[in-house]
Write a protein that binds this ligand. Structure first.
Ligand SMILES: Nc1ncnc2c1ncn2[C@@H]1O[C@H](COP(=O)(O)OP(=O)(O)OP(=O)(O)O)[C@@H](O)[C@H]1O
Ligand SMILES: [Mg+2]
Length: 431
């Protein structure tokens, strides 16, 4: 059944929840949402599996269209946090902080809070930047990146911000790349502080908070930023509790509640979100040839070793029963590119023979690998999809919309098609 447009009258000082997919237009009155007032006739779209909470400041009227999985309901003020967040954000902003780090587990509303705070700071005429360091559910840049964007108008989503500085991480979860995330965040934060006139920088983080490894990682993030304020959003069970005393001493710590109705997104919804995010950054792709000799490659062993000699190559071809298109040896591994799949036992035999790691890759396997095109300062100019590697000339053919010439290419650990769909994932430095 098709969703119908409804005109709804809303009483003043009430809190409502609009669950997506849904659309709303304010036709009369005043409504406060995400730290800002809606303007008359402004159209708000709430995507599937998202919830917008708002409060009426006057008797109001809205036009609403709710999709089949969406809903619209009045909320009790005890279960919603809009008033608490509003008051606490005023308190944080009044304490004249210039950097705010937002921490908390998954689905507690960190991204929503950053948006709320950015709007409130903007309303005070602050020059506001948001850094999105959640590499899995990135909103400003594509997934697997850390990005900073300037807030120059009231927003409903961090997705509306344009990435001004971007660091490429290449992986959608921080667990195995903590150093990369910390270094990337430091790079972005320093660029914003050095080159931009800002009154406040709000830093969003990922929701990995369980266990001592996550605690140490979040502590490292807090240490490199050294923020004036830290906001920790929590549900009923405290997480990060064993670093709270340190966070409290290092900065002004605000522990705030999470909206009870915040919906946990499952793996499928997270994947769908990532794929739609990738797609925003892989349009108008053009083929670009990049020489790996001029542009060093990051996060890969490729093109770092010495080629095997012709006799060794011939012996390898005999052993493998395949054409060896490229081969090289470093201190700890041998990389061999072949024209067809090789049985596992043959690879094991080679490992024993060489006494080191042996990576055998079938030519064509590289197609779709996500790469970052970096400038001389290691800032990511944009992402691309590896189309092919020409192993004879050490040239990468990359589909990208980046027009400038990169100085480094960073290999990711995700393979995508041109619709932004994830068609493969790899472990660290897989090649
Ligand atoms: N006030 C609210 N009431 C109910 N649900 C809300 C409210 N604010 C946000 N939500 C919903 O809760 C979910 C989680 O919010 P959000 O994405 O901001 O959390 P997060 O902590 O950033 O999550 P993640 O760890 O995935 O990055 C979203 O679907 C969001 O639409
Ligand atoms: Mg988030």
């Amino acid at each position: 059944m098709e969703a119908k447009k409804e005109r709804v009258s809303l009483a003043r000082d009430k809190i409502y929840r609009l669950k997506g997919p849904a659309m709303m237009v304010l036709t009369k009155g005043r409504i406060f949402a995400l730290g800002r007032e809606l303007t008359s006739r402004e159209k708000i779209v709430v995507p599937r599996s998202r919830i917008l909470c708002f409060k009426t400041l006057e008797d109001s009227e809205v036009e609403i269209v709710v999709g089949s999985e969406g809903s619209f309901e009045e909320a009790s003020s005890e279960e919603e946090v809009i008033d608490i967040w509003n008051t606490e954000i005023d308190r944080i902003l009044d304490s004249k902080v210039s950097s705010v780090l937002v921490l908390g587990p998954v689905d507690v509303g960190k991204t929503t809070f950053c948006c709320f705070m950015a709007n409130k700071a903007l309303a005070k005429n602050y020059s506001v930047y948001v850094i999105d360091a959640d590499i899995g559910q990135a909103d400003i840049g594509p997934p697997t990146t850390i990005s900073a964007g300037r807030v120059d108008k009231p927003i409903f989503s961090l997705r509306e911000l344009k990435p001004k500085y971007m660091a490429f991480i290449g992986v959608d979860s921080p667990m195995n790349v903590k150093e990369r995330v910390i270094a990337g965040l430091k790079l972005i934060y320093e660029k914003v502080m050095k080159y931009e006139k800002t009154d406040i920088v709000i830093i969003n983080t990922d929701g990995w908070t369980q266990g001592s490894k996550a605690h140490e990682y979040k502590l490292a993030i807090a240490s490199v930023i050294n923020p004036d304020a830290i906001v920790l959003l929590q549900k009923d069970t405290p997480e990060l509790d064993n670093i709270i005393p340190v966070l409290r001493k290092m900065s002004k710590l605000f522990i705030l509640p999470s909206p009870k109705a915040a919906k946990a997104r499952d793996r499928y919804e997270r994947k769908m979100f990532r794929e739609s995010s990738y797609l925003r950054f892989i349009n108008n792709l053009k083929l670009k040839a990049v020489s790996a000799e001029k542009c060093p490659l990051l996060y890969t062993h490729l093109f770092k070793g010495c080629p095997l000699n012709d006799d060794e190559k011939k012996a390898l071809e005999l052993h493998l029963g395949a054409r060896v298109l490229y081969s090289e040896e470093t201190c700890d591994r041998v990389i061999i590119i072949v024209d067809k799949p090789i049985p596992r036992e043959k690879i094991e035999e080679l490992r024993a023979l060489y006494g080191k790691e042996v990576f055998i890759i079938v030519k064509g396997y590289e197609k779709g690998l996500l790469v970052g095109l970096l400038d001389k300062e290691m800032l990511c100019q944009g992402i691309g999809l590896l189309e092919e590697i020409d192993f004879d000339t050490k040239t990468l053919k990359i589909k990208t919309n980046v027009s400038s010439d990169p100085q480094y290419i960073a290999f990711g650990q995700v393979k995508l098609n041109e619709k932004g769909e994830e068609i493969g994932k790899f472990r660290d430095w897989f090649l």
